[in-house]
Design a binder for this molecule. Structure first.
Ligand SMILES: [Zn+2]
Length: 232
């Protein structure tokens, strides 16, 4: 038992990100009940699964995985809101570190040389103070020992929010928004793990893949997102 944490919890109680219950000594960010009830994704195949098949450029991706289902109707959306909007990106980092080893055992990030988080537009990053995908990437890096490269990709134009767009509109809205920075290291013939917070239609990830392939035609690409907005 961590005596210091017990004492700090006494005076500064921590609360579950999902249900708000007071956390006990051994719990971090989520209570054990919410952690057990999380809609974990249970596929066992990283090379052929619903997430991969739902991407229009899936033929460019060797492997993909996501930790749990995202549905804005569930309280579990609080995990993403906390990670993305409310200044608690450590929630995403923690859950990625906790859940990635299962995907690694299934071959995700096998042979990967770099982890690349999906970048935010510079203005949005400045306003938010962080990029949630970078924090999730850090969680994966802690679990795997693979280095994070957050300055390979950049967003070259700001796109409108995707929230109310259909898959085709999302694809048009994200076309050509990413590019590889000049003077980036040569990643040709290497394998990278592209990381984002949530995959909805995959349009954002597909444009990252396009940008990477344009610069590195022989790059191997794996994908990991903390949440997947597909059907259970
Ligand atoms: Zn809870």
């Amino acid at each position: 038992m961590n005596i210091l944490r017990t004492l700090t919890d006494l005076f500064l109680p921590r609360h579950c990100t999902v249900c708000g219950a007071e956390l006990v000594n051994c719990e971090d960010f989520l209570c054990n009940v919410c952690l057990c009830n999380l809609h974990w994704i249970t596929w066992n195949d990283t090379r052929d699964n619903p997430m991969l098949r739902s991407m229009w450029s899936h033929h460019d991706v060797e492997a993909a995985g996501s930790s749990f289902y995202y549905n804005s109707a569930y309280n579990f959306r609080n995990i993403f809101w906390a990670t993305k909007y409310y200044g608690f990106p450590r929630v995403g980092e923690h859950l990625a570190r906790l859940s990635f080893p299962r995907w690694q055992a299934l071959g995700l990030a096998e042979g990967a040389d770099a982890i690349i988080p999906v970048p935010l537009a510079a203005g949005r990053r400045w306003h938010r103070g962080y990029n949630q995908a970078e924090w999730i990437a850090r969680g994966v890096a802690t679990a795997t020992g693979i280095q994070v490269y957050s300055r390979i990709l950049k967003r070259i134009r700001h796109n409108e929010t995707q929230t109310r767009k259909n898959p085709l509109q999302r694809r048009e809205n994200t076309a050509g928004i990413f590019a590889v920075r000049k003077n980036s290291p040569d990643l040709n013939r290497l394998t990278v793990l592209l990381v984002d917070d949530i995959m909805t239609t995959g349009a954002t990830l597909c444009d990252c893949i396009r940008a990477l392939r344009e610069t590195y035609p022989s790059i191997g690409i794996h994908i990991y997102t903390l949440g997947w907005a597909g059907n259970k």
